[in-house]
Design a protein around this ligand. Structure first.
Ligand SMILES: C[S@@+](CC[C@H](N)C(=O)[O-])C[C@H]1O[C@@H](n2cnc3c(N)ncnc32)[C@H](O)[C@@H]1O
Length: 218
């Protein structure tokens, strides 16, 4: 599977993706994420969905302190870094080719006292899931990870593995194509899903998903 599904786009709105770094202020910290579109494509730039998910986390709707979180398809790692700065213990994951830049960004943006609360790990959806505790996370985070139709079944399988009835899944999504909503339909078949936030300027939806409690027949 190609890591670079999009062509380079000369539109000024996309020029920020081609910049060698992106800067933000979240959790009272200045963050500088190194980007490398030419070498690694989509995994090596900060997408608007990540920014909106961080803004949503800062609104405080979800408790992060002391919570066990995992980020899927983290790319540069912005969301996982912000979650860690806000007190979560975070496993930040992506496919193997993305990990070097991801680890460097994590290292560069976390103060020494927060580094022990973050682990960077390879996770290709649907593969090697036994390395991650079944139902073992309080929070599953994903920004702009719903875009490759062929990954929808393995992404759903991964969510089912990671989540217990108490897990909160937060997915920040840019709905670019009709097919992206197919994933939401698949998700609704296994989770209860609610839109909890919409950023009109960036056209990003944040969905919260939870596994319904198992039916207990008497
Ligand atoms: C559009 S980028 C979003 C990156 C980051 N979350 C953000 O919003 O800035 C999609 C991410 O999903 C990852 N990804 C794509 N397919 C994957 C798969 N099968 N398993 C794990 N990660 C995958 C890519 O490597 C990439 O980092």
């Amino acid at each position: 599977m190609a890591l670079v599904p999009y062509e380079e786009n000369p539109l000024p709105a996309l020029s920020k993706l081609h910049s060698s770094s992106a800067q933000f202020r979240f959790a009272n910290q200045e963050l500088r994420l190194v980007q490398d579109w030419r070498r690694l494509g989509v995994a090596a730039v900060v997408w608007d969905a990540a920014v909106v998910l961080c803004m949503y986390l800062e609104l405080g709707a979800v408790e992060l302190k002391g919570r066990k979180a995992i980020e899927l398809g983290a790319g540069t790692g912005l969301v996982g870094i912000v979650a860690a700065l806000m007190g979560a213990n975070v496993t930040i994951t992506d496919r193997q080719p993305a990990l070097e830049l991801l680890s460097a960004n994590v290292e560069a943006n976390l103060p020494p006292e927060s580094r022990s609360s973050v682990v960077v790990s390879e996770l290709t959806w649907g593969q090697g899931l036994q390395r991650f505790p079944q139902g073992g996370f309080d929070l599953v985070l994903g920004a702009d990870i719903v875009y490759l139709e062929e990954t929808f079944p393995s992404l759903l399988q991964t969510l089912e593995h990671l989540c217990s009835e108490n897990t909160i899944v937060l997915l920040a999504c840019k709905i670019r194509y009709e097919r992206d909503t197919d994933f939401l339909s698949m998700l609704r078949g296994r989770f209860s899903v609610e839109e909890v936030h919409y950023d009109k300027d960036r056209d990003i939806h944040v969905y919260e998903a939870r596994r319904p409690p198992k039916r207990r027949d008497l």
